[in-house]
Design a binder for this molecule. Structure first.
Ligand code: NBP
Length: 482
């Protein structure tokens, strides 16, 4: 009897694993499910998977035996050592050309290491970003697979079938070699941090600056969701603001301290590593740290009194400025994110398809939005586009919205509302469009105290040192850095 009946094995029966299995089953794939704690296999088969063609396995050997060749095993377990433990246990049961896919939120450095190590054993390893949470996993996630490219033809069918679709196209394509899939997922998460913080600051401005009530704010987000800002996060903000239970609006009673799982921080670490000014995401991570200092903030607010005059301007106009400011700031954030992708691709020799990435994020995931369609078009027009801010569409939007960004920040300043991401968008925009920065002075200072040398304009590539005080020597430095 042929026991090799399953199209894919899936390990990890928590929220993501269970829902992805059911999604695969809906699309006609036969899945064999396994979990470290095997009682969960039994419970899943007897409950959620009842009446489906899903089969359960109670050992890894049993699971691998049920798989068709090349054997495909997907892991949806806690990122980190659990992934390595399963890989080590799986490898003895697999043969050359078999595939292991890690769908967890793994660090892309780990994925790169696993791709290289497993290639030596003939196993094709894929690290795939999976976005969209529980609902995405069940009904169509955004999938960002990367790793050993020889695996792609064998998983493409399943991945593109179960992924979300945007304008009829799957939100899933091959991202690139080694850790590229998980890198793109990490930047996606960083952008998600930025989008969420921008929305929070817009809410803060509406609530404390303009004095709007929850219903009014919800209506504003509802309006915004009909235009350029149409997105999943704007839509859920509208609904969250409106949500009431027997004690009234729930949002007003939620403690203002945000948690995090670290992928925003990873994005900022990558930005620091590759030297890319991803300032908006960095500020959104710091804003979460600031939010966690609740007791400190409460104490300080009692001591540091502020002289704030209630807003007396035109609220309708202020809200229109805010809408445009949010749009402009989002564009800056995505421009920074794509710049990071470009730099990492250069460092790792990844051949990233930027339009394809925008399409992968267009549906299924948390940052899904109408605006990603414009990003895709920009890269379709010019696949070598170095900066989104140099695309005609985005140039026009920035020209149209920049005054509103300034007007919003002026209002926030008067109302003493902290706006780290809106402010960093303005800073970045005025920085990246400044043809003469003050870094000439920086270079002069570095040379003055550390003999670090500088270039003269028009003589690029030629580094010279000046003995500024007459006391120092003429030798330039090569070690001490500042
Ligand atoms: P969890 O991240 O909560 O992981 C639960 C699974 O990991 C269970 O199968 C558990 O087995 C297994 N596991 C753990 Br915990 N430690 C293990 C170990 N040392 N050895 C072997 N197995 C271990 O599940 P999830 O929320 O479904 O997420 C799965 C992956 O997908 C994670 O990497 C997560 O970051 C990522 N992700 C999650 C979401 C989301 O919205 N939740 C979205 C996108 C990506 P057990 O049952 O025996 O304890």
């Amino acid at each position: 009897m042929n026991t090799e009946v399953a199209d894919i094995g899936l390990i990890g029966l928590a929220v993501m694993g269970q829902n992805l299995i059911l999604n695969m089953n809906d699309h006609g794939f036969k899945v064999c499910a396994y979990n470290r704690t095997t009682e969960k296999v039994k419970s899943f088969i007897e409950n959620e998977a009842k009446g489906t063609q899903i089969i359960g396995a109670f050992s890894l050997e049993e699971m691998v035996r049920t798989l068709k060749k090349p054997k495909r095993v997907m892991l949806l377990v806690k990122a980190g050592s659990a992934v390595d433990e399963f890989i080590n246990k799986l490898v003895p049961h697999l043969s050359s050309g078999d595939i292991i896919i890690d769908g967890g939120n793994s660090d892309y450095h780990d994925t790169t290491r696993r791709v290289v190590e497993l290639e030596k054993k003939g196993i094709l390893f894929v690290g795939s970003g999976v976005s969209g949470g529980e609902e995405g996993a069940r009904y169509g996630p955004s999938l960002m697979p990367g790793g050993n490219p020889r695996a792609w033809p064998h998983i493409k069918n399943i991945f593109q079938a179960i992924s979300a679709k945007a304008d009829g196209e799957p939100c899933c394509d091959w991202v690139g070699e080694t850790g590229a899939g998980h890198f793109v997922k990490m930047v996606h998460n960083g952008i998600e941090y930025g989008d969420m913080q921008l929305i929070c600051e817009a809410y803060h401005i509406m609530r404390d600056g303009l004095g709007l009530n929850p219903e009014e704010m919800s209506n504003v987000f509802d309006e915004w969701n009909k235009g350029d800002l149409k997105s999943f996060l704007i839509e859920i903000t509208r609904d969250i603001l409106r949500y009431k239970n027997d004690k009234g609006y729930l949002l007003e009673r939620i403690r203002d301290t945000a948690g995090q799982k670290g992928t925003g921080k990873w994005t900022v670490n990558a930005a620091l590593e590759y030297g890319v000014p991803v300032t908006l995401i960095a500020n959104s991570v710091f804003a979460r740290f600031m939010s966690a200092l609740k007791n400190h903030r409460v104490e300080a607010s009692k001591i540091h009194k502020k002289n704030i005059k209630p807003f007396s301007g035109d609220k309708k106009q202020a809200l229109e400025h805010l809408r445009k400011a949010l749009y402009a700031a989002k564009i800056i954030s995505y421009a920074q994110g794509f710049m990071l992708l470009k730099q990492a691709a250069q460092e790792h020799n990844w051949n990233l398809n930027y339009g394809g990435i925008a399409l992968m994020w267009r549906g299924g995931c948390i940052i899904r939005s109408a605006f990603l369609g414009n990003i895709k078009q920009a890269f379709d027009k010019n696949p070598n586009l170095s900066d989104l801010l140099l695309d005609d569409f985005f140039i026009k939007v920035m020209h149209d919205c920049q005054d509103s960004l300034i007007a919003t920040l002026q209002m926030a300043l008067q109302q003493r509302i902290s706006t780290p991401t809106f402010s960093s968008a303005r800073d970045y925009y005025d920085g990246i469009t400044c043809n003469l920065s003050p870094a000439n002075l920086l270079q002069a200072m570095r040379d003055y105290f550390g003999a670090h040398t500088y270039e003269l304009m028009g003589q690029e590539g030629k580094f010279v040192h000046t003995n500024w005080t007459g006391r120092g020597g003429n030798v330039s430095a090569s070690t001490y850095d500042a």
